[in-house]
Design a protein around this ligand. Structure first.
Ligand code: B16
Ligand code: MG
Length: 219
């Protein structure tokens, strides 16, 4: 029986991908690196250090490990400063309504994000109160597609994986949810999250009613 929900952040609750994109673009310009929206798409749900390695490799650049860390910090400073522009109007359509319904119906709710800035993002959205547990990039060391962040959330909620539904917009996130034994709801196109148990184009369609209808026997 489903007792809890675990949410990814970027691409599910809000669209911080655009702010990540602008911050990486600024860094790439400084470094004279090629960077565009297609490359940015490959960073969806990927940790900061994995992201900078993808951009570096895309440019066939050689960068010492400590310099790479410095560059990732530069990007993060730009990104964190831009989070001040985020407001409670910046939920993805449907996300706030879903969180409200889950609270009303007494489900347990956790965040399972790769971002080390997840708490700051939730604060800007005024969304902290919707979550019993916040699992983020600081909570576990192995990132998606490893299931650790979702297992962390379930454990803190005191639930088993099969009692939780995970919402994810990234290919690696669905892989992580399935590897952990969770039910997976994919948000986005078929070529990205078509391997989820059920897929919706957007959060606006992934309502509690729609999910309950799909997983009838689990509620
Ligand atoms: P940070 P999610 C992910 O968020 C983003 O999709 C990804 O682009 C970003 O690199 C990652 O968080 C790490 O973020 O640099 O803030 O620690 O989708 O897992 O909520
Ligand atoms: Mg995401």
């Amino acid at each position: 029986m489903i007792k809890g929900f675990i949410f990814d952040l970027d691409g599910v609750i809000t669209d911080t991908a655009e702010l990540h994109y602008l911050a990486w673009k600024r860094l790439a310009e400084e470094m004279n690196w090629q960077f565009d929206r297609d490359v940015n798409e490959r960073l969806r749900g990927v940790s900061r250090m994995d992201s900078i390695n993808i951009i570096k490799d895309h440019n066939n650049a050689t960068v010492a490990e400590d310099r790479l860390l410095e560059l990732a910090t530069m990007k993060n400073d730009i990104y964190v400063a831009s989070l001040d522009t985020l407001t409670p109007n910046d939920y993805l359509p449907g996300a706030k309504e879903l969180l409200t319904h889950l609270r009303q119906e007494g489900f347990r709710v956790a965040l399972g994000s790769a971002s080390k800035n997840a708490t700051k993002v939730l604060e800007q959205l005024e969304a902290i109160g919707y979550f019993d547990i916040i699992g983020d990039g600081n909570s576990v060391s192995k990132s998606k597609p490893e299931p650790d962040i979702f297992l962390y959330g379930a454990e803190k909620l005191e639930l088993k994986a099969e009692e939780c539904i995970v919402y994810e917009d990234a290919e690696a996130g669905i892989d992580a949810a399935k590897a952990g034994g969770f039910y997976a709801v994919g948000i986005g196109p078929d070529d990205r999250v078509g391997h989820a148990d059920v897929r919706f184009d957007s959060m606006a369609e992934a309502t509690l009613f729609a999910v309950k209808s799909h997983f009838k026997e689990l509620f």
